[in-house]
Design a binder for this molecule. Structure first.
Ligand code: JHZ
Ligand code: SAH
Length: 406
């Protein structure tokens, strides 16, 4: 039995992935002996509907000055955050001298659009190396973790905000009550919080279990997010599904009663009941689907190895750490992983220690098969990798189900 981080009631984990390393802790051989592992377990709280990790490593072990994920590694995501900023500028900040805050602002992929438009802005980004990239672009950034205490300090120094933004960060923060309390203090009376994260409904529909790793403390639904904010006299007034990171949901939050609630909100609640997002049986089904997905992938990789095929991984994503370690994918099955991020290249993948090599290595000598760890960027990647296919290369994709694309 564990205690829910949102409503404090007890719940049972529905699945353990076994011992897992930190998803973004790419390492060198001298670090192998001291590599950190923890039991990755996930549970569903029947009281407030929140899906969550049972334990999460300390935040300083995950987010620090050598954080390996830089947001601006995908052209599709660059375009997505330009559209997000544009929506906020045109639709949500009407005051004379608006002030916009973003938590988890990373290398400035979204805030750069506010900075370039001369809008008062502030990024909150605890991982110093990625924050520095934003600072170098002229984006005002504080290198700290956001919580209620920091919210008080910001109000004192800068005043309240018109918009408080976050993408792929809220689900990373176990102390969400402190964040919500901070938002309550920080938002102007008619201000909005807008954030997006991978959506639980998509994870269940696609069996995209690789979204489950140390960084993701929560797997949100409209039901669980509504429950959280109601505790702080805030409410979800709109939801907008997003076609990124394998299916995300954008939530618009406001002070209770300050904005009308959209019909999309009402419709999504109904849809979630149909999807069974409040029912424990759904998660038993998810566990079974995850086990089938693992068996199918590992059998295929064993088979390819027996037939002497060369397989390499494409994109050393955080998600790949769960797939590789849960399925037991070893360096003799996957020769190396190609990745465009300099800080990951020359290192080894967490847990199974598959080498990470530059994208140029992939282009110089195509393998027989590329295992698409960046399946959420499939459209962007397939478009630029036509030459690989023309040369006879095949893709192995495992979400939503195992497929070989010739
Ligand atoms: P991508 C991270 O997840 C971590 P990850 C985090 N927890 C989260 O929620 C999301 O981001 C937002 C490489 N790549 O975006 C670059 C190529 O090599 O799926 C990166 O190393 N070639 C915050 O890590 C990695 O993929 C390419 O053509 O699962 C990024 O993977 C492309 C497009 C990417 O995020
Ligand atoms: N918004 C970007 C970055 C997501 S990565 C995008 O969608 O691509 C998540 C980021 O949140 C990391 O850079 C991490 O350092 C940051 N983060 C983690 N905990 C945080 C907290 N409590 N407050 C603010 N940022 C946090």
């Amino acid at each position: 039995m564990s205690n829910c981080l949102i409503c404090a009631n007890t719940y049972e984990p529905f699945m353990s992935f076994g011992q897992m390393p930190i998803a973004n802790a790419f390492l060198s051989p001298e670090q192998f002996p001291s590599e950190y592992f923890f039991e990755l377990q996930v549970g569903f709280c029947p009281t407030c509907a929140m899906v969550q990790l049972v334990t999460q490593p300390d935040r300083e072990m995950i987010f620090h000055e050598n954080y390996a994920f830089f947001s601006s590694t995908s052209a599709r995501m660059e375009a997505h955050f330009m559209e997000f900023a544009d929506l906020v500028i045109k639709g949500y900040i009407q005051s004379a001298d608006p002030f916009v805050i973003e938590i988890g602002s990373n290398d400035g992929i979204m805030l750069q659009h506010f900075a370039n438009s001369g809008i008062r802005h502030l990024g909150i980004e605890p991982s110093a190396n990625v924050a520095q990239v934003a600072i170098d672009k002229g984006i005002q950034t504080i290198t700290r973790f956001f919580d209620e205490q920091l919210a008080r300090e910001i109000v004192e120094e800068y005043g309240q905000a018109d918009a408080f933004l976050g993408a792929n960060v809220m689900c990373h923060i176990p102390y969400l009550h402190s964040v919500a309390a901070g938002v309550k203090i920080l938002l102007k009376p008619d201000g909005v919080m807008i954030f997006e994260d991978p959506y639980l409904g998509d994870i269940i529909e696609k069996t995209s279990y690789d979204q489950i790793y140390d960084e993701h403390a929560f797997y949100f639904s409209v039901a669980s997010v509504s429950y959280l904010f109601e505790q702080h006299d805030l409410e979800v007034v709109d939801v907008q599904p997003q076609n990124v990171h394998g299916g995300s949901m954008r939530y618009v939050i406001a002070h209770q009663g300050a904005h009308p609630v959209s019909s999309a909100m009402v419709a999504q609640h109904v849809k979630e009941d149909t999807l069974g997002l409040r029912s424990a049986e759904t998660f038993d089904g998810l566990r079974k689907n995850i086990e089938h997905s693992r068996d199918a992938l590992i059998n295929l990789l064993r088979n390819l190895k027996q037939n002497g095929k060369r397989v390499v991984g494409y994109a050393a994503t955080s998600k790949s750490t769960t797939v590789i370690n849960y399925c037991g994918i070893t360096p003799d099955m996957v020769e190396y992983i190609s990745d465009t991020t300099p800080i990951k290249q020359g290192k080894f993948s967490p847990g199974m220690h598959i080498p990470v090599r530059s994208y140029e290595t992939f282009k110089a000598n195509y393998p027989d098969y590329a295992l698409l760890f960046g399946w959420n960027h499939a459209e962007e990647i397939m478009a630029k990798e036509q030459p690989f296919r023309s040369a006879g290369g095949k893709w192995v994709v495992y979400v939503p189900k195992l497929q070989i694309l010739e």
